[in-house]
Ligand binder design. Structure first.
Ligand code: CR6
Length: 876
């Protein structure tokens, strides 16, 4: 055996017979070989008779060799150099498709395209045969995917850690009546050529059970099995890793039960374990409180931390004080925040550290990103639920909470004293109160005292374990607070958002530890979101700047500014945009059978459907536009600016208001698109099953995009950045990253409207009550829904009322009515500007030129330097 090993691999461990193939002929041979020997296609059918999906798998298998080669070398090198690593803990990684990204990042597109052509296919067709890896809901999951792309590109030692969900984000269909239907996303049905199963890397994860003298005996255990997904950087030979965990039973099968004919019981353990990594939770309000979700969170966090600690121990056995110099875990929102308690548990219970030492290490090894101020998304687990599932963790959290509050006592006592001293002395009662019997008086005094302990009252604001105000006696664990206390740094995801969290959800925490709070404005990878999805624009940019270095150095895009006024350049830019519109129009024809003209303004709003994102505002304005078209004279019609309005996005399955909005858009689309009076003046399309690969066509083809959330609600937004990169103008509120995009591209170039984040609470608290100034156009649009223009009057009744009855405090929380007038003004400006194509194109160029700041390379560089202390480690 030794001899065989030596023949295959020399002593340095690198096999001698694998070399990267970069010329079309050897790639072609490699693909053929993979088709036969990896995929198992019969040689008699290769290449011409294999179907597209099989051909895709053959090509992917061939590329996988390149990936694995560079992946192994990178990981070996990192292991040898032993740099500090960042571990990005995220319940979601919305990767999308991998073929195009892989071939592009490996810089093998030319030879692969040629080789594939010779086999009778074209690259684009094979790219389209891949399923989306939709292991995420939206922005947060896609951000994690952009981040690991940037980490690899910047040669930063780092891994993503998450869950290998069997079913990703549900597939959305729209039925004939306009309703959203949800279908399972069976994304692994054609296999996953990009992952490497690691049956040898497994950890046990416990649940339930009892704690006796700090020792936890779980009643249930499952196995976490690793799958590695190599993540290629661009213009570097670094290939990073995304390690995803699958849940498996500890005991495969109960043969005894089977033999007794108890078939369900025989597989029960398997099913229960597999449930944990079965489905991605949709992020809607009502899904929370589900035990399975907490199980998922603990499952992947425990496996990931155990994995990191196991590797650390191999190298630095016993030297735990070194851990913060070798590892940092970034917790992506509250989903992985049980990590605070899990790291403590492993250090204390498994490794035998004392509490203080473990805590000292923990708060240097964890960092936390907050992604929302929406209360329903800030996870709070009932003590009863967490305590049952993770009894030892509850003990730990309880102790963290106690110590934390104790540490504040002195400070608060001082504050209270100070307040007491500066408060005016109590006035003497004017007349003596009638005498009471002594007992009663004493009781009252006691009660007063109880109510009045000012230190306790002040401390309760900081409680990690608290009561929820609307449900007395139900204690919950505020996971965001646990994360803030247990982390070295806390960051928001856009400048305004990072300020808002300091003033609102974390106000009290910010006051006592301001040094922890930071901002890291989000970013997106310029590879996938400009260079690879918009090759014609990328080519024009490269020609104009004389280099393609902008793909990694996006600040170079600023060089386009000097060409913005050049008419010849504008014409080229416009031609590229027009071609992208054509591609988009073809895609919609293929998906929905709708013919879209390509001359009108292409207006796109794509994102999760949510009241705060205000798709409702958009569709109401379009209803009014429809009314205008219907009542216009021929002369007026001739002056109108034709528009194609495209919507896309999923409504969480239990979010009824969002589902009604989806249906309203579809109903309006059906009526408008079939009305002969309208013609090409207005088309309204709802593209079903919006996902990453659709975004890659929609974004390059868009000319205007809508980011119109109620100010103060959208933490950042990331599609706004993608649109800006692709020269798409924005209509938007001063919310999230829109504010910074306006700074970078020129506020005068954006169609800004609406109340800003400071006005919103003022309006909500006071002004709304007197507010009667409904815009007549708004009233008209609502009347059209009410009178049945789009059918289903009863169904839409509460949607109409939600923005038209102001006396109920919950109504129009997101300010659709009061922002409508200014929104219409901004829309008029859009139309006016579109008539001036040169000016429109000039601005479009300025958007791309100003988008350099929004590369996730910049974001990750900031995280690395300002939070992680992780430096590049590049093999030569
Ligand atoms: N929904 C924010 O709402 C932000 C992303 C990524 C979100 C969005 O504004 O761009 O995160 N928040 O930071 C959460 O998912 C909790 C999102 O995607």
């Amino acid at each position: 055996l030794e001899k065989v090993r030596e023949a295959v691999a020399p002593s340095n461990g690198v096999p001698i017979d694998w070399k990267p193939k970069s010329d079309p002929a050897s790639i072609q041979a490699d693909v053929l070989q993979n088709l036969e020997f990896t995929i198992g296609a019969p040689s008699s059918k290769i290449p011409n008779e294999v179907d597209v999906k099989t051909a895709y798998r053959g090509v992917a298998a061939s590329l996988r060799e390149h990936l694995i080669d560079a992946f192994n070398r990178t990981q070996d090198y990192w292991s040898k150099e032993d740099p500090k690593f960042v571990y990005y803990l995220s319940a979601e990684f919305l990767m999308g498709r991998s073929l195009l990204n892989t071939v592009q990042n490996l810089e093998l597109t030319g030879p692969y395209s040629e080789a594939i052509k010779k086999l009778g296919y074209d690259l684009e067709t094979l790219v389209d045969a891949e399923q989306n890896a939709a292991l995420g809901n939206g922005g947060l999951g896609r951000l994690a995917a952009c981040f690991i792309d940037s980490m690899a590109t910047l040669d930063l030692p780092g891994w993503g850690y998450g869950i290998r969900y069997k079913y990703g984000m549900f597939k959305q269909a729209i039925d004939a009546k306009g309703y959203q239907q949800e279908l399972p996303d069976i994304w692994l049905s054609n296999g996953n050529p990009w992952e490497i199963a690691r049956p040898e890397i497994t950890y046990k994860i416990g649940f339930y059970g009892t704690v006796d003298n700090f020792k936890w005996s779980p009643a249930e255990q499952v196995i976490a099995k690793a799958y590695d997904n190599p993540i290629p950087g661009y213009k570097t030979n670094t290939v990073g890793n995304l390690r995803l965990w699958e849940a498996l039973p500890l005991n495969e099968f109960d043969l005894d039960a089977f033999n007794k004919g108890e078939y369900d019981k025989a597989v029960e353990e398997r099913r229960k374990a597999e449930d944990i990594s079965a489905v991605l939770y949709p992020n809607d309000a009502t899904e929370y409180g589900k035990q399975l979700r907490l199980k998922q969170q603990y499952f992947f966090v425990s496996a990931s931390i155990q994995d990191v600690l196991a590797r650390f121990k191999e190298k630095h056995a016993g030297n735990w004080s070194l851990l913060p110099e070798k590892a940092i875990f970034q917790m992506n929102d509250t989903h992985p925040t049980i990590a605070v308690a899990e790291l403590m548990r492993l250090l204390i219970d498994q490794e035998g550290l004392d509490w203080d030492t473990a805590w000292g290490i923990t708060i240097k090894t964890l960092a936390f990103t907050n992604h929302t101020v929406m209360p329903e998304a800030l996870e709070k687990w009932p003590v009863a639920v967490l305590g049952k599932l993770l009894p030892r963790h509850l003990e730990i959290i309880d102790k963290i909470d106690t110590i934390w509050k104790d540490s504040l006592k002195e400070k608060i006592l001082a504050q209270v004293e100070q307040e007491k001293n500066s408060a005016p002395p109590k006035a003497e009662p004017a007349a003596k109160a009638p005498a009471k019997d002594d007992k009663k008086a004493a009781e009252e005094e006691e009660e007063e005292e109880e109510e009045e302990d000012p230190v306790e009252a002040a401390l309760s604001k900081y409680g990690i374990i608290t009561e929820i105000p609307w449900q007395k006696d139900v204690k919950v664990i505020n996971m965001a607070y646990l994360a803030v206390v247990g982390s070295k740094a806390v960051n928001g995801v856009a400048a305004i958002h990072s300020e808002i969290i300091k003033d609102t959800i974390f106000k009290d925490f910010y006051e006592v530890m301001p040094e922890k709070f930071q901002n890291k404005t989000n970013g997106v990878t310029p590879r996938r979101w400009l260079a690879w999805c918009n090759p014609a624009l990328a080519e024009l940019i490269t020609q104009t700047l004389g280099t393609d270095a902008w793909i990694n150095e996006t600040t170079l895009l600023a060089g386009l500014r000097q060409h913005a006024d050049d008419k010849a350049f504008q014409a080229k830019w416009r031609a590229v945009k027009h071609a992208a519109k054509e591609k988009l129009s073809h895609k919609i024809k293929a998906l929905m059978g709708i013919d879209l003209p390509t001359d009108p303004l292409y207006d796109v709003q794509i994102k999760r459907i949510h009241e705060y994102k205000r798709q409702y505002l958009n569709i109401l304005s379009l209803i009014y536009r429809y009314h205008q078209i219907k009542t216009a004279t021929p002369e007026e019609k001739a002056k109108m600016v034709p528009r194609v309005s495209i919507f896309g996005g999923k409504a969480a399955s239990a979010y009824y208001a969002a589902k009604k909005i989806v249906r309203l858009i579809n109903r309006v689309g059906t009526v408008v698109n079939s009305d002969p009076d309208v013609g090409d003046l207005l088309k309204i399309v709802f593209v079903p099953d919006y996902n990453v690969d659709l975004a890659e066509v929609l974004i390059p083809g868009a000319e205007l995009s809508q980011h119109i959330s109620t100010a103060g609600t959208e933490a950042s937004g990331t599609s706004n950045m993608k649109f800006a990169m692709n020269g798409c103008l924005i209509i938007g509120t001063m919310d999230g990253a829109n504010i910074e995009i306006a700074q970078e591209t020129g506020k005068e170039n954006m169609f800004v409207f609406g109340m800003d984040a400071e006005d919103v609470p003022v309006w909500r608290e006071g002004k709304r009550k007197e507010w009667k100034d409904y815009d007549p156009r708004f009233v008209k649009a609502l009347d059209m829904i009410k009178s049945g223009t789009f059918g289903e009057v009863d169904y839409f009744k509460d949607l109409v009322e939600s923005v038209s009855v102001m006396n109920d405090h919950n109504n129009d929380w997101f300010l659709v009515a009061p922002d409508f007038t200014d929104y219409m003004r901004a829309q008029d400006e859009v139309d006016k500007l579109y008539a001036d194509q040169d000016e429109w194109t000039r601005r479009s160029i300025l958007y791309t030129a100003g988008s350099g700041f929004f590369s996730s390379d910049r974001t990750i560089d900031q995280y690395a330097k300002e939070i992680w202390d992780v430096v590049p480690c590049k093999r030569h």
